[in-house]
Design a binder for this molecule. Structure first.
Ligand code: TYM
Length: 330
């Protein structure tokens, strides 16, 4: 069975962007692959975050993932900091990764602009990401478009380590991109992202979903209700393609072009369909939240299963690199 690894930061909520771009694909792939799904808390600390809320956000992400359909009996679902080998391998990879490669990463360039004094953790972020995936010798990494460069870098890191220490030890993982590779936020401009405040959360109640979608940007040509629009220029239409039946998507396009509907009518239908799509997930999330002990047990089991694979990889890494193993007491 091909092995999959992917990760998500506990930096807020599951929203339409990371759900459609990544999590929905994981749910489908878990049936034919051996899946490792990781809540990457060590990555989240490279940007400002609230320590007091961190634990809860990590648990909330676990709830969101299981509610979205990640089955902890099929997948290894775990929290990154529960498996210490991630940071150990990241340190080791720092010793084969040229700084120039890291400085070229688009995400580093974007995010470092918002840091007064740029943190080494932000620069080394993709090295930890390489360790995440290579620790499990994963074949495929299902992600959204914004992570492709990081997967290219981990292939480079695998090649460098293999060339220096042991040929073919780490396989070169491939990025796997789904059809929803870049969901735009409700501002219609940037990628949907919690930090930009342009999201619709999967677990929002229907009235909250409506409140968010009501404010979404549409085709700027539709100044008044009578102005015809171009659906292809409208992010609300793009979202209909993910949440509405094909016949409704056609109807939306016709009514937009012919100005038979105002944008509010179009948004109303979208909001209803989004709320309906996520309705079973909201119910499931409530059940999971009611049983924190079971959730904790699930994460502990996931970490134990992950550690088994990670420990085996690390034993090979240390041996090939010449570390003193005999007295280590691992
Ligand atoms: P993160 O937490 O930002 O996002 C999780 C996944 O969701 C995808 N995604 C999107 N896809 C389409 N449209 C959007 N608007 C959108 N927003 C988010 C992301 O591409 C990602 O696949 N660095 C990673 C986490 C990570 C990781 C890994 C991923 C750490 N280690 C190892 C894969 C393998 C990140 O910050 O994702």
């Amino acid at each position: 069975m091909p092995r999959i690894f992917s990760g998500i930061q506990p930096s807020g909520e599951l929203h339409i962007g990371n759900y459609l771009g990544a999590v929905k694909n994981w749910v489908e792939l878990q049936h034919q692959h051996q899946c490792f799904i990781c809540i990457v808390d060590h990555h989240a600390i490279t940007q400002p975050y609230e320590p007091d809320a961190f634990e809860q956000r990590t648990l909330d992400m676990a709830v969101g993932l299981i509610a979205a359909g990640i089955d902890p009996d099929k997948c290894v679902l775990f929290v990154q900091s529960h498996v210490a080998a991630h940071t150990e391998l990241a340190w080791i990879f720092n010793a084969v990764t040229p700084i120039g490669y890291l400085e070229r990463m688009t995400q580093f360039k974007d995010k470092s602009q918002h840091q007064e004094s740029v943190l080494a953790g932000l620069l080394n972020y993709p090295v930890l990401q390489a360790a995440d995936v290579l620790l499990y010798k994963a074949d495929l990494v299902p992600i959204g478009e914004d992570q492709i460069q990081h997967v290219e870098l981990m292939r480079e890191i695998a090649r460098k380590w293999n060339a220096k220490y042991c040929r073919d030890f780490f396989p070169e993982p491939q990025a796997k991109i789904g059809t929803a590779k870049r969901i735009r936020g409700l501002d219609g401009q940037a990628k949907m992202s919690k930090s930009l405040g342009n999201t619709v959360a999967m677990l929002d109640e229907p009235d909250e979903i409506w409140e968010h979608i009501r404010m979404a940007q549409t085709d700027p040509a539709r100044v008044t209700r009578k102005d015809p629009g171009t659906p292809e220029k409208c992010n609300v239409y793009a979202l209909h393609q993910h949440f509405s039946a094909p016949s409704m998507v056609d109807e939306v396009a016709d009514k937009c072009r012919g100005a038979a509907w105002g944008c509010v009518d179009c948004k109303r239908v979208l909001a209803d369909n989004v709320a309906q799509t996520f309705s079973p997930m909201r119910e499931r999330a409530k059940q999971l939240q009611d049983d924190p002990k079971a959730l904790g047990d699930t994460l502990a089991t996931g970490a134990a299963r992950a550690r088994e694979v990670a420990d085996e990889t690390m034993a090979g890494v240390r041996e090939h690199m010449g570390y003193l193993i005999q007295h280590a007491g691992y």
